[in-house]
Write a protein that binds this ligand. Sequence first.
Ligand code: NAP
Length: 299
Amino acid sequence: MQLITGTTKLLGVIGSPVEHSLSPVMHNAAICALQQRWANASLGVDYVYLALPVNAADLSVAIAGFKAIGLVGFSVTIPHKQAIVPLLSEVSAVAKDVGAVNTVWRTDEGWSGTNTDVEGFIAPLQAYNRDWSQTTVVILGHGGAARAVVVGCTQLGCTDIHVVGRNKQKLSAFEQSWVDSSLPVTLDIHLWEQLPELLSQADLIVNTTPVGMYPHVEESPVDAVAMQAIKENAIAYDLIYTPNPTQFLQQAKQQGAIAIDGLEMLVQQGVAAFKIWIGQTPPVDIMRQSLQQHLGLST
Ligand code: NAP
């Protein structure tokens, strides 16, 4: 049981809706495990993490209220990831590159924000010894998560990045947004029809679309024929974490590709946020297991 007393400090996640957020599950599991390890909350893990529903119209008043009650920090989810930026006194370079903030903490000056999705995305890739500068990356989709993926791939040193979408105007706007940014991103944009040809060259394929997400578990962003073009030993990375694995990852594995699911990104972006708020490395295994149990996945 997590120990909550009169000295317990508050963390949370703001969003609308936020009731189904998995962040309270993994952060409270980590806090609880650290409390048990030290058997004394006063040793520095005297926190609780709550889901805090905040409507778009109430964002600034909520942030002012958080300051008033001494909230230590919070995660930010849809629809506030961009809207929060003007309310912060400091925004990290990586959050500026992504164009969105997912983690905020209190400072003497006000609130600071960063984006830990980039770190979360990269973490499972770092287990593979690849020359990322020679890697051809194909990113499916160009929404918010794709921005973190582009920044992550650029941080890894990838220079051959291809983004695939179904709407030419949106693709062009995505491409232009990087021209206007300070990050040295070079990418090519393609319509979906070009996917089979791109897949035959790809070393890393990242699905950032919601296609295949529960309850549409039979769907895949890539049809079965196009999947045959995937190279053996290519990495197929799906940001979706339910189902686990997705249809896309199952098909990629059948082609001899390496599959990475979205659960680890979720865990690792949480790990990075936890370190910022609490200044301690959380028990990563406990965070992962808590999510697997909550989602009914085999551990
Ligand atoms: P988003 O901003 O809405 O972007 C979704 C992208 O997918 C858009 O480019 C959209 O294109 C495209 N898309 C949607 N339906 C499509 C379809 N049927 N065919 C082709 N393209 C389609 O969403 P997001 O915030 O980036 O999130 C995307 C996914 O990543 C979600 O499944 C989310 O759960 C997951 N995610 C996971 C993590 C993690 O930690 N594992 C973190 C963030 C996000 P159009 O504009 O043409 O519709």
